[in-house]
Design a protein around this ligand. Structure first.
Ligand code: BG6
Length: 586
C-alpha cells in the first residue's frame, strides 16, 4: 500500500506534507513525491528512495504554496523509478494526483485516453486518474462534476487526492482508507491519522464511496451520486502520535522491548468484548479464525489453544485464500478476524464474505478506528500502541494474550494465567542479548534456516520463519517436527542452520530426537529451550514459566535473533525491501 496526503490551509504546505509522509513511511517506501499550488501554478518534485533521502537530495519541503499533496509508494504497477513515482500531473499540468490502491480497468481507460490524444509518462495505473480528471474538468470546469464523472468510470479499490491549479483539493475513497484532519484554520487529507496527528486530533473517517472537496476555506462531503453525505468528527487518541524510536536504533527493537508492558495490557481496554466473544463462541456452531501474515499465525495458535484447553473446534483460514472457497463458511457462524492494522485488504474481503453468510464478526485489532473495527460486530483492542516496524512483533504477542484471555473466559477461569508474573519473565529474555547477538553473527552468510516445532510450537516455528524472512531475507521455513522424516530431512547438511523450538512440554523428547536426527546430517542446531542439551550447538535459554505460556515467550528470542541478524546483513529492520506494514490491495 502507499500513503497519500493533502494539505489545505494557511501554513506553507510542503514541510507539513513531508513530516506527514515521514510518519506514514511504513506504508510504502519505494519512492516519494510532493506537489504544491502557488499563484495558480502547480510545482512538483519526486524521486525514488525513502523520505529523508529524497528530501535531502531534492528539497521536497522547499516547494512554495499553502496547498499541496504528497505520496510514498509501494510499487504495484510499474518498476521503482522516478517516472512511476507520484504525484502524477495531467497532460496540461493543471491537475496533479496521488493515489493508493489499484485501478483494475486502467488499461482500457488508458487506451481510450490515448485514442483521444493523451500521452502517459509512467507505467502506473494511477496516472490515468490525472488525465481522466483533466478530460472531464475541461468540459465541466467544475471540480464536483469532474470527480463524479471520474469515479463513475474507474473500477477497483482506491483512494486519491487531486489538486487543481485553481487551488481546489478533492479526494475520493472506494475501499482504501482516507481520513480528513480538521485543524484550527486548515485541513488535512491522509491515508492514516499518523499523517496529521502532530497537528490535530479531530478526524473525519470518510465513508466508502464518498468524496470531499476543499475550496474557499471550507469542505463539503458528497457521495458518488453527488448528494451531501453525513459525517462525524472523531477525537483520535494522541497515543498514536507517540511513534518515536526513543533511544532505540530501530522501531522494531523498541517494539520488541515494549512486550513486557504490552503483554500485560493486551485487551485491557475491551474486557467486556472478550467476555461477549467467549459467550458467542460458547453458542456458536462453527468458529473460523482468519488473518494474513503474522495475524494468520495467531489464528493457528487459536485453533490449538481452543481445542487443547476448552475442547472447542475452530478453523484457521488464511484470509487471502477464503475468496477461493467461500462455501467453506457455514451460515450464521462466528468469524474471528485478526489484523494489527485493521486495513489488510484480504482480511476485509474475508469479513465481507462472512457477512454475506450472515456470520458474526469479531475483530481483534490494534487500530480501533480502522475499517475492520468499523465492520466488526465486536471489537477487541490489542492496546499495544502504534507498531511501526513492518515485521509484526508486539502485536503478535498481544494477539496471543487476547486469545488466551478468551480461552480463560471459556474455561470459567479454571485456567489461571498470571500475566503480571509472565511479563516479568520476559524481561529475563530481553535483559541480556549478548548470546543472541553472537549467534546472529554466525547467520550472516547462511542462506537457508529451518525452524522445527511440534504441537503448539509448530505455529511458532512458522512465525519464526516469517520473522527471519521479513528481517534478514534468508530463506527460512517452519517444519512440523513429525514431518521431518517425510521430506525436509533431505535438506539437512552442514550448510544449514536449524532452530529447534523445544520447551519442556509434552513435545520435548520427540523434538529432541528430531534434533539428533538433524545433527547426524551435519546441520548446526540452535536450541530454544528452558532445558540445556548437548545436541545444541547454540542454546538460547528460555525462562522456566507456566507451560501454557510457552508459545508467547518462545517467539521473543527469535524476534531478537532476526533483528540482530538483519543488522549483520545490513538490511533495514524497520522497512524491509518490497514489504509494507499492511497491504490494502488484494
Ligand atoms: C504484512 C505485514 O503486510 O501484513 C505483516 O508486513 C503483517 O507484518 C501482515 O503480519 C498482516 O497485517 P495485519 O495488519 O492485517 O495484521
Amino acid at each position: 500500500m502507499c500513503s497519500i496526503i493533502g494539505y489545505y490551509g494557511n501554513e506553507i504546505a510542503a514541510p507539513i506534507i513531508v513530516k506527514g509522509l515521514k510518519r506514514m513511511e511504513y506504508r510504502g517506501y519505494d519512492s516519494v513525491g510532493v506537489a504544491t499550488e502557488s499563484n495558480h501554478q502547480i510545482e512538483l518534485k519526486k524521486g525514488t528512495g525513502k523520505v529523508n533521502e529524497v528530501n535531502s537530495k531534492i528539497q521536497l519541503d522547499s516547494l512554495p504554496g499553502k496547498i499541496g499533496i504528497g505520496h510514498t509508494r509501494w510499487a504495484t504497477h510499474g518498476k521503482v523509478t522516478d517516472f512511476n513515482a507520484h504525484p502524477h500531473p495531467s497532460n496540461s499540468g493543471k491537475i496533479a494526483i496521488v493515489h493508493n490502491g489499484i485501478i483494475e480497468n486502467f488499461e482500457e481507460l488508458k487506451k481510450q485516453l490515448q485514442d483521444e490524444g493523451y500521452n502517459f509518462k509512467s507505467e502506473t495505473d494511477s496516472e490515468i486518474i490525472a488525465n481522466l480528471l483533466q478530460k472531464h474538468y475541461e468540459v465541466t470546469k467544475d471540480v464536483k462534476e469532474t470527480i463524479l464523472k471520474t469515479v463513475s468510470e474507474i473500477k477497483g479499490h482506491y483512494a486519491f487526492v487531486a489538486m487543481f491549479e485553481n487551488g481546489e483539493l478533492a479526494a475520493a475513497r472506494f475501499h482504501e482508507p482516507l481520513i480528513i484532519g480538521v485543524g484550527q484554520n486548515d485541513f488535512f487529507l491522509s491515508s492514516d491519522v499518523l499523517g496529521f496527528i502532530e497537528f490535530t486530533d479531530d478526524a473525519i473517517y470518510l465513508e466508502n464511496g464518498n468524496f470531499v472537496i476543499l475550496s474557499e476555506n471550507k469542505f463539503q462531503i458528497l457521495d458518488f451520486q453527488g448528494k451531501q453525505a453525513k459525517y462525524g468528527i472523531t477525537k483520535v487518541s494522541k497515543e498514536f502520535g507517540d511513534a518515536y524510536k526513543g533511544d532505540y536504533a530501530h522501531f522494531t527493537l523498541k517494539e520488541i522491548y515494549e512486550q513486557p508492558e504490552t503483554i500485560f495490557k493486551a485487551g485491557e481496554k475491551t474486557l467486556d468484548a472478550i467476555e461477549k466473544t467467549a459467550d458467542y463462541i460458547k453458542h456458536a456452531k462453527n468458529i473460523y479464525v482468519t488473518g494474513s501474515g503474522t495475524s494468520y499465525n495467531s489464528a493457528l495458535i487459536a485453533k490449538q489453544i481452543l481445542s487443547k484447553y476448552v475442547k472447542i473446534k475452530a478453523d484457521p483460514i488464511m484470509s487471502s485464500e477464503l475468496q477461493f472457497s467461500p462455501d467453506s463458511i457455514e451460515e450464521n457462524s462466528i468469524i474471528i478476524a485478526i489484523s494489527q492494522s485493521g486495513e489488510s485488504a484480504d482480511v476485509l474481503e474475508a469479513v465481507k464474505i462472512g457477512k454475506q453468510a450472515n456470520c458474526k464478526i469479531i475483530g481483534i485489532v490494534n487500530l480501533m478506528t480502522s475499517s475492520l473495527a468499523r465492520e466488526a460486530d465486536i471489537v477487541i483492542g490489542m492496546n499495544c500502541g502504534p507498531e511501526i516496524g513492518v515485521a509484526a512483533t508486539k502485536s503478535f504477542t498481544s494477539q496471543l494474550v487476547i486469545l488466551y484471555k478468551i480461552v480463560q473466559k471459556l474455561s470459567n477461569d479454571e485456567i489461571t494465567i498470571n500475566f503480571e508474573n509472565f511479563s516479568k519473565s520476559i524481561f529475563k529474555i530481553l535483559e541480556d542479548t549478548t548470546k543472541i547477538q553472537e549467534i546472529a553473527k554466525d547467520l550472516k552468510e547462511v542462506s537457508d534456516i529451518y525452524i522445527l516445532g511440534r504441537g503448539i510450537n509448530y505455529p511458532i516455528a512458522i512465525e519464526s520463519a516469517l520473522k527471519l524472512k521479513e528481517l534478514t531475507y534468508i530463506h527460512a521455513e517452519g517444519i512440523a517436527g513429525g514431518e521431518l522424516k517425510h521430506g525436509p530431512l533431505a535438506l539437512m547438511d552442514s550448510n544449514v542452520f536449524v532452530i529447534i523450538i523445544n520447551p519442556n512440554d509434552m513435545t520435548y523428547s520427540d523434538t529432541l530426537t528430531s534434533a539428533r536426527e538433524i545433527k547426524a546430517r551435519g546441520a548446526k542446531i540452535i536450541g530454544v529451550s528452558d532445558i540445556e542439551s548437548d545436541v545444541y550447538d547454540y542454546w538460547i535459554e528460555m525462562p522456566k514459566i507456566d507451560e501454557v505460556l510457552y508459545p508467547i515467550s518462545e517467539i521473543i528470542p527469535i524476534q531478537l535473533l532476526s533483528y540482530y541478524a538483519a543488522l549483520e546483513k545490513n538490511t533495514d529492520p524497520d522497512y524491509p525491501r518490497n514489504l509494507a506494514k499492511s497491504v490494502t490491495v488484494k
